[in-house]
Ligand binder design. Structure first.
Ligand SMILES: Cc1cc2nc3c(=O)[nH]c(=O)nc-3n(C[C@H](O)[C@H](O)[C@H](O)COP(=O)(O)OP(=O)(O)OC[C@H]3O[C@@H](n4cnc5c(N)ncnc54)[C@H](O)[C@@H]3O)c2cc1C
Ligand SMILES: Cc1cc2nc3c(=O)[nH]c(=O)nc-3n(C[C@H](O)[C@H](O)[C@H](O)COP(=O)(O)O)c2cc1C
Length: 763
């Protein structure tokens, strides 16, 4: 094949090598504007895994790269006068210039033509060849010229950064330095890449950058200012720039690039031209090199160019999206770092290490057991106010709200059972809640329990509006208190516009086939075209509903519940007041967020007055409507939480969505936890996280990073009422209490778990 690689960065050069290795007959030219020994940028980081891939593709260049590597294992974090070190992270660094020189030499040796100091303007000059590879970096000219074909999605990120170098040694650790200045926080990512030189990337928010006046500074003024800021860590060494080719100060915003299509006729995108990964996950060069290997391989195994492009894009896109998702988490963490700057250094370090969500709690234990255990001991000390002798997993530490002491951080999330008869809980409820209380969770929530017959969602919903309801709930509460050390919380709600609908396993949220009752709401906005249009509530309706909540709260107090939660989420009555999607009122209860919160807060205050002062209250909210700016946004959720906090709510249960049939939720592991994180760390109010949290590892990571105080698990508790006790066994933790009649089962489980391969053992 006759091939042109447009761009002589890692992608273009390595693709040329990988092709020549597979067939020396290929005629390849690499076109590059710079001279071979120009050096723009400093060091790059690669992982051992990438090195293995390089060695399999071309052992000669892999050996040369390996010989130049600087290895380090630790991450050191300088923050608020402390240095926290953890180990086991395993990086290697190499100078970008050295890497390029090795690849240039190897390409030349394999017979590739290297054409330096040549600026290409358009791919058209090369399209007569068999294949044209656009490897011209993140600002690819070739991609821009065909933007209508490749459809690039370019997300310009918020922080400002500058890539500098220094002779100061950061020999033994990848180092993060956070400095608080009169202009705001500014931080550096520093790592050694050869015996004398280290990369030193400086980053800050745009606001801080402007306050420093970096926008008006030359490169020399910038480096001088950065030297002053980071003087404590530079040991008298200078910061240097080698981006003289850039006009102005050389500060940049990271561009996240992703293209809808990666090839067109005989032209294909590669490396940063196709997709970028933020430098804080150190994977851009890895992506470029591994994409080069993949395309070279498919060009030799697939029958046509088109088929090779298809396989290349299919295989590499998955990898790119996986990395970009981790990179997005990491980018956002740095963009929002000011949210975490109140954290204790231990928790701050943990939050930084787990920022991409690729590294979990147990993964950190494998990397550095001693450090993780010291962090766990710190967490426990915060929870118990006592110095522990040994570490225990964060999920098994106690938590206090007013006079309520929970034995651990696991909560059985509210889950409607649709098994009540005229609102009365039955034996189903006794068995269901009793099993979950025996199963080890610190707090078991009831399902949404309705404050009036019309406030029910379905005819099967449980209520708390008649004496027989109170008696039935008391029987359940008494069992939980007499037989277990779990606590039990009552969730009270009113269905509003989503009332008079079918059971959960029938057609959810659809009206009943017959005997529908009139539903009410803030405005005459139906949940969906098939649902009833609710009657707009009058002031008298509001008083009735408030009285219903107060009556239910008195009943819950008499039944002995430990905590009371009000349901302000999921599109039910109080949620329907909060979201502008269903609240169209023109009176004092509609319009601004303050007005939309007025009725829910009135209900809260009335209930709080009726509920014993020593017992805590929580409120569940939908932190986003998943409907863009039209609905509640995560930013609004912070304001909602503030209003609730000011009203005295003890903890916010942070759910999301179910407020509009038009919503477009983005699901995934722990997908709602970022909303809890934001609320907790921006307002200082305690939170519960919920939503696709199903592994002990998820819970421990969330708690240890300060993203929530409690974790609610719903579906995992339907599948396994004993989730908490099983999690303890999985982690080898023996501090949880099992019901006495089940002790033999506990002993067997721990015995089996402690054996190397439990599935192979016959007990
Ligand atoms: C601050 C920072 C730190 C980074 N740290 C790391 C890290 O630690 N680890 C890591 O793996 N990655 C890192 N990266 C990313 C990494 O540098 C890129 O992902 C990688 O270089 C991509 O390789 P590429 O060949 O696709 O593009 P590039 O390396 O950008 O190469 C493109 C080449 O094309 C040439 N070119 C462009 N247009 C023309 C033209 N019109 N005519 C002629 N030549 C042209 C350019 O001169 C350049 O040499 C970092 C990036 C930044 C910005
Ligand atoms: C069967 C079922 C019933 C539910 N009923 C309620 C409810 O009554 N009140 C409530 O706030 N959330 C309810 N939810 C939502 C859960 O509490 C939880 O927020 C959601 O399932 C996400 O958590 P998970 O991923 O752990 O299941 C219900 C969920 C399920 C699966």
């Amino acid at each position: 094949m006759r091939i042109a690689c447009l761009g002589g960065g890692p992608a273009g050069l390595y693709f040329a090598i990988a092709m020549k290795r597979r067939d020396p007959r290929h005629e390849i030219v690499v076109v590059e504007r710079n001279r071979p020994y120009d050096t723009f940028g400093w060091g790059v980081v690669l992982s051992d895994e990438t090195l293995v891939n390089l060695a399999a593709s071309d052992p000669e260049s892999a050996d040369a790269i390996r010989r130049e590597f600087v290895y380090w294992d630790d991450i050191a974090v300088f923050y608020r006068g402390t240095v926290t070190r953890s180990s086991g992270h395993g990086f290697c660094g190499i100078g970008r210039k050295r890497l390029l020189n090795i690849l240039q030499d190897r390409a030349r040796a394999l017979g590739v033509t290297l054409q330096f100091e040549t600026e290409f303007e358009s791919a058209d000059d090369y399209r007569g060849l068999d294949l044209v590879v656009a490897a011209d970096g993140a600002n690819s000219k070739i991609r821009s010229a065909l933007a209508h074909v490749f459809k690039p999605d370019i997300d310009v990120r918020a922080c400002k950064y500058i890539w500098l170098g220094t002779r100061q040694r950061f020999q033994d650790a990848f180092t993060f330095i956070f400095e608080e200045t009169g202009h705001g926080w500014i931080w550096a990512h520093a790592y050694q890449f050869d015996a004398e030189t280290a990369t030193f990337i400086v980053e800050c928010s745009e606001a801080t950058w402007r306050r420093f006046g970096f926008d008006g500074m030359s490169q020399d003024e910038t480096t001088a200012a950065c030297e002053r800021i980071f003087a404590k860590n530079l040991g008298g060494h200078r910061l240097e720039t080698n981006a003289r080719h850039l006009r102005g100060s050389a500060w940049l915003n990271f561009h996240r690039v992703l293209c809808e299509q990666w090839s067109h006729e005989n032209l294909v995108l590669m490396g940063d031209a196709a997709a970028t990964a933020h430098f804080s996950v150190g994977s851009g060069t890895k992506l470029a090199l591994e994409s080069a290997i993949a395309l070279a391989e498919y060009l030799h195994t697939e029958p046509t160019l088109e088929a090779a492009f298809h396989r290349y894009e299919q295989q590499r896109r998955t990898e790119v999206l996986r990395l970009q998702s981790a990179a997005r988490n990491s980018t956002e963490w740095f963009e929002q770092v000011e949210r975490y700057l109140h954290l204790d250094p231990v928790q701050f370090n943990y939050s930084l290490l787990t920022r991409s969500q690729r590294i979990s709690h147990e993964n950190l234990r494998t990397r550095d057991k001693a450090w993780l255990e010291s962090a766990e001991r710190w967490f426990e000390e915060q929870a118990t106010r006592e110095k522990p002798d040994h570490a225990r997993p964060p999920m098994f530490t106690p938590f206090r709200l007013r006079d309520l002491q929970l034995k651990n951080r696991i909560v059985v999330s509210p889950m409607a059972q649709y098994r009540a008869v005229d609102g009365t809980p039955t034996d189903w409820h006794l068995v269901h809640y009793a099993e979950r209380a025996k199963g080890g969770a610190g707090l078991v929530f009831t399902e949404m329990t309705c404050v009036s017959p019309e406030g029910r969602i379905t005819p099967g919903c449980a209520g708390l509006y008649a004496p027989e309801h109170e008696a039935a709930w008391k029987r359940i509460v008494d069992f939980v208190h007499d037989e277990t050390d779990a606590k039990i919380g009552m969730q009270l709600g009113h269905s509003g516009p989503k009332g008079s609908t079918q059971l959960g396993w029938e057609t959810m949220d659809a009206p009943l086939a017959e005997d529908n009752w009139q539903v009410i709401g803030p405005s005459p906005v139906a949940w969906s075209p098939c649902n009833q249009v609710p009657r707009e509530m009058t002031r008298a309706d509001m008083d009735t509903v408030t009285d219903d909540f107060v009556r239910a709260a008195h009943m819950a107090a008499r039944a002995g519940f430990d905590l009371l939660e009000l349901h302000f989420a999921h599109g039910y009555l109080l949620s329907a007041f909060i979201t502008p999607l269903t609240n169209r009122r023109a009176d004092a209860y509609g319009g601004s967020l303050l007005n939309r919160m007025r009725f829910p807060l009135e209900v809260y205050h009335a209930v709080r007055a009726a509920w014993p002062a020593a017992k805590p209250m929580s409120v569940r909210i939908s932190a986003t409507d998943w409907a863009g700016e039209e609905g509640i946004t995560p930013e609004d959720a912070v304001d909602i939480a503030r209003l609730l906090g000011e009203a005295g709510v003890d903890i916010i249960n942070v759910s999301a969505g179910q407020t509009s049939a038009e919503a477009r939720p983005v699901y995934g592991r722990m997908f709602q936890t970022p909303f809890s994180d934001r609320i907790r760390n921006e307002t200082g109010i305690a939170t519960m996280a919920v939503g696709n949290i199903y592994e002990p590892d998820h819970v421990n990571s969330i708690l240890m990073a300060g993203r929530a105080d409690l974790c609610c698990l719903a579906r995992p508790h339907l599948a396994d009422p004993y989730w908490t006790l099983h999690a303890a066994a999985q982690l080898g933790y023996r501090g949880e209490t099992w019901p006495k009649p089940y002790l033999a089962g506990r002993d067997q489980l721990y015995r089996v778990r402690s054996r190397p391969d439990p599935s192979a053992v016959n007990v």
